[in-house]
Every structure is written in structure tokens, then in C-alpha cells.
Design a protein around this ligand. Structure first.
Ligand code: CU
Length: 274
């Protein structure tokens, strides 16, 4: 029975190794969302791919640590299990050098992770590091989260987006049209409680906080429909806060905005054809 427990703790690192090996493989892709145009679980934005790389790096570090500690535990158990009944127990006051090692090594690993993710973090969250294009073009639209939908406000074609609603603004609900192949910046706001903008395939997640206008950006190289959901439990209709991000060539976005403008300006009067 003693040996069983030693083997038991040897067994789990092997399972962990196997899981970390197969999880990212194309057959499984357990870690990441697989719906949308990408069915293979790949991030659909360049920055998202870098976030995934960080995830896998940390997964690797955690796996190695887990295997190390489990084997250490297994070794000690096995040693204890194979000792004869007569062997007396040894009492130890610990090892100073061991304690130093398992303090310094994790500290180095944590500092390493902190440093290596800084660049991605800055690009994702710090405005000064956003792609230059997003600074030049300004926000393309406002995404207003409210119980329980996403309201999109575009400036009138040719105009710049203002924080306050303008008479010529164009509105849409639960559908965002963005051009492919270049960074798109928008202002995220909430009309009531806290919500969170979550586009899983793009690896973009940002809280919408009452009173704040938060600039967010992403880039989608491949045309297609991407999911947008609310990732903050915001009330009974939280589950209904689903929208689509339609990534398409610039001309199509312009055509969509033009159509939106026509629909919005339509006064209900149809000219008689006679
Ligand atoms: Cu919500």
C-alpha cells in the first residue's frame, strides 16, 4: 500500500505531461475558443497570437514545476515505503541551502515572466504603445454596453467621433463592422453597470466601467464574423449580450455605413413612381 502511494504520485506528472503535450495540438485545442472563422483555436489577431505564446510559455514553466515537485514527492514516498520497519525516523531541522534555492529560483522565474510580458501588456493596454495608426486615425466608433446589448455609434462618414452624441451619428445594435488588415481603435463605455467587452477569438477582454471612456484596439487580418460577448455578470440578461464583429474589406465597411445612414435618414415617404 505504501508503494501504491509512491507510484500514485509518480503517475500524475506523466498525465500532466501528456495533457500539456496534446492540449495545444490541432486535434484538441483545449485551451482556446475554436468557433468563428478559425476552427483550429488560433488567435485571430496578431497581438492575440503573442498573448497565446505567453500562455504557452507559462504553461511550460508550470508543467516543469509540477513535474519537478511531484517527482520530488514521489521519490520521498518511495524511499519511505521501501525502508524496513525497524529503521528509526530521522528528524531534521530543514536545509538552509534548499530553502534558499526554492526561494530564489521561483523569484527569478517570476521576474522573468514579469519582464517578458511587458511589451505585450504595453501594446494591449498602454495608449502610448498602441500602433501609430490608431493614434493617427482616432477612434472609429463607440461601443456602449448596456443592460443587455451592445450599442454601436459611428460618426457620420467623413466626421471624427465625438464623446458626445452628434446629430449625424449612425447607430447599430449588436453588430460592429470593422475593416480587415489594420488596427482599429474604439471607445468602450457603459450606460449603466459594469460590463466587459470580450472577443475570445481576438483575445481581447476589457471591462467597461461607468464614467470612463476606455480606448481599446485590435487588428483582424482575416475577414469573417467574430464573437463579442459580455464577460461581466451584469444582471439577469447577461447571457443575452452577444454581438458579432464583422471584419471585412474597407469598401464594404463604407458601404455598410452608407446603408446605415440611408436607413436612418429614411423619412418613410416613398416617392410615387407615376
Ligand atoms: Cu453585460
Amino acid at each position: 500500500m505504501k508503494k501504491f502511494w509512491a507510484l500514485f504520485f509518480f503517475f500524475w506528472p506523466i498525465v500532466a505531461l501528456w495533457m500539456c503535450w496534446v492540449a495545444p495540438s490541432e486535434d484538441y485545442r483545449w485551451w482556446f475558443p475554436t468557433n468563428g472563422p478559425a476552427t483550429d483555436g488560433q488567435a485571430m489577431s496578431p497581438l492575440g497570437q503573442r498573448i497565446d505564446d505567453l500562455f504557452y510559455l507559462i504553461l511550460g514553466i508550470v508543467t516543469i514545476t509540477f513535474i519537478g515537485t511531484q517527482f520530488g514527492l514521489g521519490y520521498v514516498l518511495w524511499k519511505g515505503a521501501t525502508k524496513s520497519e525497524e529503521t528509526k525516523a530521522e528528524f531534521s531541522h530543514g536545509s538552509h541551502s534548499l530553502e534558499l534555492i526554492w526561494t530564489i529560483v521561483p523569484a527569478i522565474v517570476l521576474v522573468f515572466i514579469a519582464l517578458i510580458q511587458m511589451d505585450v501588456w504595453a501594446q494591449f493596454r498602454v495608449q502610448a504603445f498602441y500602433p501609430e495608426e490608431t493614434m493617427k486615425n482616432g477612434p472609429q466608433m463607440e461601443v456602449m454596453a448596456r443592460q443587455f446589448e451592445w450599442r454601436i455609434r459611428y460618426p457620420a462618414p467623413g466626421e471624427a467621433l465625438q464623446d458626445e452624441a452628434q446629430p449625424g451619428d449612425l447607430y447599430a445594435v449588436n453588430e460592429i463592422h470593422v475593416p480587415t488588415g489594420r488596427p482599429v481603435k474604439f471607445n468602450l463605455r457603459t450606460d449603466d453597470v459594469q460590463h466587459a467587452f470580450f472577443a475570445p477569438q481576438l483575445r481581447v477582454k476589457q471591462d467597461a466601467v461607468a464614467g470612463l471612456i476606455i480606448p481599446v484596439w485590435f487588428e483582424i487580418p482575416k475577414a469573417g464574423d467574430y464573437d463579442l460577448v459580455c464577460a461581466e455578470l451584469c444582471g439577469w440578461g447577461h447571457y443575452k449580450m452577444r454581438a458579432t464583429i464583422v471584419a471585412e474589406p474597407e469598401e464594404k465597411v463604407q458601404a455598410y455605413l452608407k446603408q446605415l445612414q440611408e436607413e436612418q435618414n429614411f423619412d418613410g415617404v416613398v416617392e410615387d413612381e407615376e
